[in-house]
Design a protein around this ligand. Sequence first.
Ligand code: G4F
Length: 336
Amino acid sequence: MSRRVALITGITGQDGSYLAEFLLEKGYRVHGLVRRVALEDPEHHFQRINHIVEDIELHSGSLESFASLYRVMRSVQPDECYHLAAQSFVSYSFEDEFSTLNININGTHYLLAATHDLNPCCRFYFAGSSEMFGRACEVPQNENTRFHPRSAYGISKVAGFELTRNYREAYGIYASSGILYNHESPRRGYEFVSRKITSHAARIKLGLADRLPLGNLDAKRDWGHARDYVKAMWMILQQPEPGDYVVATGKMHSVAEFAELAFSHVGLNHRDFVTIDTKLFRPAEVDILQGDASLAKEVLGWSPEVAFEDLVREMVEADLRVHATAAPPCFQESRA
Ligand code: G4F
């Protein structure tokens, strides 16, 4: 039997790299869309996929160029397309609403249009986000909760979600969305609060830093492990019918609790090191997100395997190793 073919946009990111590993293990031929600049500077951009780069095929293209996505879709002819690439940092979307909306909405639209035109039997996965719920009218949120996004990022994800649903309903494309809550790992970017906390806890422990500036400590999130969540993406595309699913742990913790736990793993008290930087508060905050993944459990048979405490421990331990052996990464203090 011939191997199934998958195309992943955002393959160099946290989720893309875990998903590529997962699909290779399942016997897929894995193709990835990467920006031309990444191909020119693989050492810097391929850190998360270096170990599998010989097993996958990379294609240059940009979410801002319909022509490039069309060309890649025509050449790869995937059975499954996982659209993960996006401007995914919520905070940055307040600094540049226009590029966030352009990249996230048009990129999704271009890919859907190319799929419809060239490869209508391809199964399409859209990376939706809990940020679509924003100022949520209920806790926990499920697939029927009304959207109330609070950032250009959240708005772009609602638009991508609706485009995906409309390609399903209007053109019969097998197009599904996962509404994923925050998911982290040692591969998380340093600009997100989880990795910012674990890397600072490690650096402070090693004497490489002496404080951790944070914004809103009271925000609550439903944090899971990225490896668990990419499995849900694949399961979503294996269903007989397309659909939309909340993917979450159902457990909620504050940023302060995350910091407390991370610092306690290195024998420190976060209160001695965390400072509040008002520049890191967002113009419109999402205070509480907690998902109800009952549908995913019932229909997909999916449930998370990694507990919050184990996730934080894994990240802190990985950061202790990173900072004990390597040059520290560049930290983006503003709005990070
Ligand atoms: O880690 P964050 O930047 O993640 P956020 O905004 O919840 O978004 C992440 O999860 C979404 C849902 O899955 C994704 F769609 C999205 O792409 C991204 O992966 O911030 C989490 C919370 C926020 O409430 C923020 O205000 O932490 C608060 N926070 C407090 N101090 C901080 C900081 N966030 C960051 N990034 N940096 C801080 O210093």
